[in-house]
Design a protein around this ligand. Structure first.
Ligand SMILES: Cc1cc2nc3c(=O)[nH]c(=O)nc-3n(C[C@H](O)[C@H](O)[C@H](O)COP(=O)(O)OP(=O)(O)OC[C@H]3O[C@@H](n4cnc5c(N)ncnc54)[C@H](O)[C@@H]3O)c2cc1C
Length: 479
């Protein structure tokens, strides 16, 4: 219920979203002496998609969150923020496909052992024929993968997982997605190095080790929030922004519904917004042109369900997470938090798992009850041989909207239009994963916030382009 509207005071900087991007901006502003800051989030916890929820003495992230960056500054910030609580973790992840487990990245020797001669011949000939084809037109993700890996490997190791994550056929996903995510992955390089018994140094860093806070990903962002609030920033949680009020190309204030259901107006000189860019245009008052609103309506997101399970047994399996490529199972990934940090679960005899489903909100699985989602997750874990009956002690469901910005074919045109419109505002920065509609990781989100703050401060090296962070796809994360 909305109570009356009231005016609150004016701030120098208003930051919307207390995820990595918003906190990055707050930290950088604070560091440079700006303390008249308000940081607003609709959640009850900071960290955004990188938050950690505590349920019955066990800690659950929103799926697996490994900390890896090629940016030295971000690495330093992570280490300085948590000190000894930020620890290296040796990575172990596998792919589950039709009752078989494969290492990630796939080892050629496993292909030889897990597939029969006919399947191997199909993999080999489809790879060779793709590579020999000249002048191949790359129009979409499917074309890109088939061209680089061959159709058989595409069907085995890319198609099903990718379509689970994105909910659209690979032929409708833009080729730029593959270019951003897996550009650095060359199958010939991997085979060459595997046969020689060594690994590509760049891939090794990524694959074999990552950093992780001892109490879950959210610990990092809770510590950052503590730093900025101790330096004078105000943090308003459980506060949902509903309107961005503008006069021409200047944002003057925002309206939000606060933790008590009261509508509050907050005015500021500058705004740093990390909510999805399409939402910003939907909330802009007065509304922008029809063309801009139509473009905002074309940006799509994939939503996310994490079924968090406390299991009565430990250890369960050694991986931090397992990609589920089998098309007969709806789950896309299973995360075992005990293998990120033993401190995530208080009881040594229990395991904290997340089973992830990628969905479109208000459709299909999204509308199922928590109980039926918990049953589905349990059933699928048993099918995959990861669990036995009656081993689940308790289950909780966490739904996240706008978890993945979709790069469907043609989205670039709308994206470009919205970017240039946002750049036309005199006092507004759109930052982070949602704010740029880019598949950014935590490091890129944090950096985006820091760069936006530097642009505002007119710091040395500014202006930074907030849209180009992570345009280099030199490292991999997903399946
Ligand atoms: C399943 C999954 C796994 C991931 N794994 C990794 C990984 O291994 N490594 C990695 O580096 N990254 C990973 N990521 C990405 C990482 O979570 C994001 O890059 C990061 O959280 C983005 O930070 P952000 O601040 O830009 O956005 P967010 O984290 O989305 O924060 C935005 C904030 O804005 C708030 N907000 C939105 N609308 C409103 C409103 N109207 N009013 C007030 N507040 C609002 C939200 O509540 C949220 O807190 C993963 C993401 C997902 C979904």
């Amino acid at each position: 219920m909305i109570v009356e509207s009231s005016n609150s005071r004016h701030y120098e900087c208003c930051i919307i979203g207390a995820g990595p991007a918003g906190l990055g901006a707050a930290l950088e502003l604070n560091k440079n002496g700006i303390t008249d800051i308000v940081l607003i989030d609709k959640n009850s916890l900071v960290g955004g998609l990188s938050r950690t929820t505590i349920l019955d003495n066990a800690r659950f992230d929103i799926g697996p969150h490994r900390f890896f960056t090629k940016n030295k500054e971000i690495n330093k910030i992570w280490h300085e923020t948590l000190g000894r609580d930020f620890r290296p973790v040796s990575r172990l992840t596998r792919i589950y496909y039709k009752k078989k487990y494969f290492s990630y990245p796939i080892k050629p020797i496993e292909l030889l052992m897990q597939f029969n001669m006919i399947e191997l011949a199909a993999i080999f000939f489809s790879f060779i024929s793709s590579r020999l084809k000249k002048n191949t037109k790359i129009n979409n993700y499917e074309d890109w993968i088939v061209h680089n890996f061959g159709r058989k490997l595409y069907e085995t190791f890319f198609k099903s997982y990718t379509e689970k994550v994105w909910g659209i056929p690979c032929s409708q996903i833009g080729a730029e997605w593959a270019a951003q995510r897996i550009k650095g992955l060359d199958i010939l390089e991997i085979i060459k190095h595997a046969l020689a018994g060594k690994r590509n140094k760049k891939i090794k860093t990524l694959i074999e080790e990552f950093g992780f806070p001892v109490l879950g990903a959210g610990q990092m962002y809770e510590a950052m929030a503590d730093t900025v609030t101790s330096r004078g920033a105000e943090l308003k949680l459980n506060s949902k922004v509903i309107r961005y009020n503008r006069k021409d190309n200047t944002i003057n204030s925002i309206d939000l519904i606060d933790a008590f259901g009261k509508e509050v107006t907050i005015s500021a000189s500058h705004f740093f917004s990390s909510i999805p860019m399409a939402h910003f245009f939907k909330m802009l008052t007065p509304a922008d042109s029809e063309e801009i609103n139509a473009a905002a309506g074309m940006l799509r997101h994939r939503d996310h369900i994490a079924v968090n399970l406390l299991i009565k047994k430990a250890p369960l399996f050694p991986d931090q997470w397992i990609y589920i490529h089998s098309p007969d199972l709806q789950m896309a990934r299973v995360t075992n938090y005990n293998n990120f940090s033993r401190a995530m679960v208080k009881d040594n005899n229990k395991t904290a798992l997340s089973v992830e489903y990628f969905v479109f909100k208000d459709k299909g699985l999204w509308n199922q009850t928590d109980d039926s989602l918990a049953q589905l997750a349990e059933h699928e874990l048993i099918e995959a041989g990861l669990l036995e009956k009656n081993e689940v002690e308790k289950a909780w469901v966490v739904r996240s909207t706008e978890a993945y910005p979709v790069y469907d074919s043609g989205f670039q045109k709308y994206h470009a239009l919205l970017k240039s419109r946002i750049d036309g505002f005199s006092n507004f920065y759109s930052i982070g994963r949602g704010g740029t509609h880019k598949y950014n990781n935590m490091d890129h989100a944090l950096l985006g916030g820091i760069f936006a703050a530097r642009n505002y401060l007119k710091a040395a090296g500014s202006p930074y382009s907030l849209w180009d962070i992570n345009s280099d796809g030199g490292y991999l994360e997903g399946g």
